[in-house]
Design a protein around this ligand. Sequence first.
Ligand code: SAM
Ligand code: SF4
Length: 334
Amino acid sequence: MEVTPVLADSHGRVATDLRVSLTDRCNLRCSYCMPPEGLEWLPKPELLTDDEVGRLIRIGVELLGIREVRFTGGEPLLRRGLTRIVAAANALTPRPRTAVTTNGIGLGRVAPALAEAGLDRVNVSLDTLRPEVFERLARRRRLPDVLDGLAGAAAAGLTPVKVNAVLMRGVNDDEAPDLLRYCLERGYELRFIEQMPLDAQHGWRRENMVTADEILERLSAAFDLAPADAAERGSAPAELFLVDGGPARVGVIGSVTRPFCGACDRVRLTADGQIRNCLFAREESDLRAPLRDGASDEEIAQRWRAAVAAKLPGHGIDDPSFLQPSRPMSAIGG
Ligand code: SAM
Ligand code: SF4
């Protein structure tokens, strides 16, 4: 049988972007993600070790055509070995682009070490600039830490710093222009993400969701937005708009109302070693068992290829038969 050096599915897509969840734990409790009491965390023995994560990334890069590795969670900065894992990924040939998605708490402190380890970029989540709204939304008083983290990332050269924001109706949906102004003034690139049905509490309601259209309407009340060159978008989920003639841009990720499944190039590895071919997949493929049972790199790669080959054409959130995946976002890796 001919072995393909890529992760292809049966709908013509090739996965080159690997999202690696390093932990399901978090120091915030964003209401669109987790219940206030947190979740039952994965038991330590089930988590991949730093070396196991490193080996799977190496197989992805060397045998399967992975070109970008993004570390996420849960909160990836809670993973002690993060810097070492990032350095190991950056030592691979060909070197993948590496990034971290984080809530920013503690980033000010570790950003220089991450930059030293070769990290290319960070995405920091920031949904509000108002401390009382932050406390209501994330259920912790940590807004100053997040803002420090952003500044620390920029100072360490992890640029362009990207900011992710989720708007919740009646909570922070009046803040879109303020968030954009804050980011423009500091050279951060802001992207709004539509809220998706991935919260552990199953509290998502389509009718409550702030849509991409609404986000653009609110931004347009304060800024002049013009679509950026569509060719720039490629497989990126964000639709980009030039702000007040550019060059500054803002992105809107309409995962629900403007799905981009046809151009998806992602594959996910959970902290306990499961491959998910989609954020919304209802099935996973276990790589941890073969890894611990002494499988060869090629045997693991073959399982990984099969997992991606079975990827469905779309997430079907708008389909009446849509079922939310059993793992919440924090345990999948956003
Ligand atoms: N803890 C890190 C953070 O918050 O950036 C990384 C993990 S978090 C799951 C990754 C991204 O997913 C964050 O930008 C977060 O806002 C977003 N997110 C979480 N739950 C979401 C949901 N239900 N819908 C849309 N985005 C969500
Ligand atoms: Fe934590 Fe990120 Fe989920 Fe917020 S979105 S609770 S920061 S994992």
